[in-house]
Write a protein that binds this ligand. Structure first.
Ligand code: IPM
Ligand code: MN
Length: 367
């Protein structure tokens, strides 16, 4: 900083000059502080309505005043069709450098099933060790009058999703296909522990294990014992067990019984679609793919798909993407901003994709 009198000017002028410089210096410092403290977000808009809903989510996050520094990644089915890139190790390593990843939706009808799902989405879940898939459900189920409020914690890196198995004599009458389910004590236990830690912070403090222990006796036994062992360390948290088929009935008939549910990867996938259906529709269903150990970025995405049939029509509801961005802010320790977003979404604005995003952004910004 320049010292007064440096230029041999009269003291008054010097003071003025000093004030101006101080002001400039402060502004410069604030600018760099802003850059340093801004959360670095990798944006994967993806395919179909993905980019439309992600744009609204970013708009709403910016309206909270939380500083984010976004970088776009062109990935998904359309990119794959263009030049074959799905998710190279190089791009994956770039993603590791971010604080979080915000994803719209991936998949296009022109690419056969499995290629983008396995090569992009599941690769991120596995390689970034996003072992918890957290899906909150708040809403009033059809035929009910009071809202329910529960969270499904879906194991996200094991089970039938790992791709164990294979095919023999494909296309012949003697074809054999097997698809195993991998359950490790480590993987199961860390997911269950996360569910209990979450429940301990919630008002009702209750965890239900959902599985199919009466048929999947090997995996079910491992899950049940891991659950019992973790539960013993959380005496303040109540517990229950439901078979997954029964849980489907309870989701519809008695969703209020649930607080936190913990379940295996495939059961969690199916159950959370039903969770969306009984909580106002899949257009509101948010999800967080978490690496709670924070050894890398976590990934946030709406539960819905790329809906290519409505792309460009303005019919896509961006609320699920916006609520997923709120989960991202929770994970980045910006819960006050996240709560403001959730409160704004509760007003359920209507209109086009952009109308809904604008309305939520305006409430969040206090306009
Ligand atoms: C989900 C989706 C994915 C899954 C698909 C797209 C691979 O359905 O996130 O629920 O099965 O996990
Ligand atoms: Mn699913």
């Amino acid at each position: 900083m320049f010292k007064m009198g440096y230029f041999g000017l009269e003291p008054g002028i010097c003071r003025l000059r000093e004030e101006v410089l101080c002001h400039e210096e402060k502004a410069t410092r604030a600018f760099y502080d802003g850059l340093l403290m801004a959360h670095r977000i990798a944006l994967i808009g993806g395919d179909g309505i993905g980019p439309e809903v992600t744009a609204e989510a970013v708009k709403v996050v910016r309206a909270t005043g939380v500083a984010i520094d976004t970088t776009d990644f062109d990935l998904g089915g359309m990119r794959y069709l263009r030049d074959g890139e799905i998710l190279s190790d190089d791009v994956l390593n770039q993603l590791r450098g971010f604080d979080a990843i915000l994803l719209g939706a991936v998949g296009t009808p022109d690419v056969p099933p499995g290629i983008i799902e396995r090569g992009l989405l599941l690769k991120m879940r596995f390689d970034l060790d996003l072992y918890v898939n957290q899906r909150p459900f708040v809403g009033t189920a059809p035929g009910h009058v009071t809202p329910h409020d529960f969270v499904v914690i879906r194991e996200n890196t094991e089970g039938p999703y790992v791709g164990e198995g294979g095919v023999l004599r494909r296309g012949t009458p003697h074809e054999i296909a097997t698809q195993g389910s991998v359950n490790t004590r480590h993987g199961v236990e860390r997911c269950i522990r996360y569910a209990f830690e979450l429940a301990a912070k919630r008002e009702r403090k209750h965890v239900t294990l959902v599985h199919k222990t009466n048929v999947l006796t090997f995996a079910g036994d491992l899950w049940q014992r891991a659950f019992n062992d973790v539960a013993a360390q959380f005496p303040q948290v109540g517990t229950a067990y439901n078979h997954v088929d029964a849980a489907c009935i309870y989701f519809v008939e008695d969703p209020h019984r649930y607080d936190v549910i913990v379940t295996d990867n495939l059961f969690g996938d199916i159950l959370t679609d039903l969770g969306g259906a009984v909580s106002g529709g899949i257009g509101l269903a948010s999800s967080a793919n978490l690496n709670p150990a924070r050894t890398g970025p976590s990934m946030f995405e709406p539960s819905h798909g790329s809906a290519p049939d409505i792309v460009g029509t303005g019919k896509a509801n961006p609320t699920a993407a916006i609520l997923s961005a709120a989960l991202m802010l929770d994970f980045l320790n910006e819960s006050a901003a996240a709560d403001r977003i959730r409160a704004a979404c509760d007003t359920a604005p209507t209109g086009s994709t952009v109308d809904i995003g604008n309305a939520i952004a305006a409430i969040v910004a206090g306009k």
